[in-house]
Design a binder for this molecule. Structure first.
Ligand code: C5J
Length: 227
């Protein structure tokens, strides 16, 4: 049983009141196709190194989180093999040579069950940890994430993963509108584009924390250790 007490975590724009018993770690889309050399992300010309720097801090945080017996949720962006949940607009967007559902370097691109869609080995979910398969950028859209969080009495989220300006930001905004406080960890979220990394974090903490807080994983690990 996790003790129902608060710790204060250094964060911006002001310290975050961390209630571990009511807080879930949500790790967004740490999937092989986004992060691994030779995957879909790299095939599009992106520098996967910008995302891979988040693996080690995420791993350290996940280890501490699991050891403390706290709730962790993993997400994956992807679609049904028949693509029934893929809006045509999303499929053709970008007008590239390859679309979602086409054969890619690690199986069909962003299709559930394919190798590239799965989570990287370093952060692989343990049996019993919820994995949310999401067809959109936000983890709440067309998923049972909110129901799972409510069932566990969760009011706060520590959010990590990729990419900062797309699926992390969209999920934080969705969470904010549903009444969750979100702490985003700068060293555990990544973007292919350094300027989007910077601005994606600034947008969250601007205006007194309009969408939430921005902090660092070592501060959360320290707070968990004190629990
Ligand atoms: C995520 C994307 N996970 N950038 N997807 O951010 O398309």
């Amino acid at each position: 049983m996790v003790p129902d007490k608060v710790s204060i975590v250094e964060a911006e724009p002001y310290p975050f009141e961390f209630w571990p018993a009511h807080c879930a770690l949500v790790i967004i889309d740490m999937q092989r196709d986004f992060l691994e050399p030779g995957g879909f992300g790299e095939m599009l010309g992106n520098d996967v190194g910008q995302l891979r720097r988040t693996i080690a801090p995420n791993r350290a945080l996940l280890d501490a989180w699991r050891k403390a017996g706290l709730l962790v949720i993993h997400t994956r962006e992807g679609h049904r093999p028949d693509l029934a949940d893929l809006p045509p607009a999303k499929r053709i967007r970008g007008r590239g040579e390859k679309h979602i559902g086409d054969p890619g370097p690690m199986g069909r691109i962003l299709v559930r069950g394919e190798a590239g869609h799965d989570i990287i080995r370093e952060l692989y979910p343990k049996p019993g940890e919820p994995v949310i398969d999401k067809p959109g950028k936000g983890a709440f859209f067309a998923t049972d994430l909110h129901a799972i969080l409510q069932y566990h009495g969760i009011r706060q989220l520590v959010v990590t993963g990729v990419t900062t300006e797309v699926c992390v930001n969209t999920t934080v905004r969705e969470a904010n509108d549903r009444g969750y406080d979100c702490l985003v960890l700068a060293d555990c979220v990544g973007s292919y584009f350094p300027e989007f990394q910077e601005m994606g974090l600034k947008m969250i903490k601007a205006q007194g924390g309009i969408f939430g807080w921005v902090g660092k994983s070592d501060q959360v690990i320290k707070a968990i250790g004190k629990g």
